[in-house]
Design a protein around this ligand. Structure first.
Ligand SMILES: [Zn+2]
Length: 127
């Protein structure tokens, strides 16, 4: 198979050497990206490998790719009460099409609807 690209410390690989999510990974990991084959044990990038799905769960692993993938998205931050520091806690989806501004926390699912808008489905509350 073709080479896959794995940023240092990541479990997510890219098939496109020019994947925008790979740029982000390069910036955050000091430019170190390994070439790997095979990709067993790793998860494909949402952006350059996985094109069919229209639903994604926001996690610490996927958030950078989702930010690249979803046009009207930006990082959402809040103060972590334990550390007193500002930390990323999800994505804000800005108003677009007929969709209002929405907040997708870690664990929530973002869905791309047929009408061209992204919708956030909150994670089921833990019981
Ligand atoms: Zn990628």
């Amino acid at each position: 198979m073709a080479a896959a690209y794995l940023p240092l410390g990541s479990t997510r690989y890219h098939l496109d050497a020019n994947c925008p999510a790979l740029d982000t990974a390069r910036l955050h990991n000091g430019g170190i990206v390994a070439e790997i084959t095979p990709t067993t044990g790793y998860t494909p990038c949402l952006l350059c490998v996985d094109t069919a799905p229209t639903e994604w769960t926001v996690t610490t692993e996927t958030i950078a790719e989702l930010w690249e993938l979803i046009g009207p998205a930006k990082y959402h931050t809040s103060i972590n009460p334990d550390t007193g520091r500002v930390a990323i806690d999800g994505l804000t989806l800005l108003e677009h099409g007929n969709a209002d501004r929405q907040f997708a926390r870690f664990g929530d699912t973002i869905r791309f609807d047929r009408n061209g808008c992204y919708r956030v489905r909150p994670a089921a509350p833990s019981t």
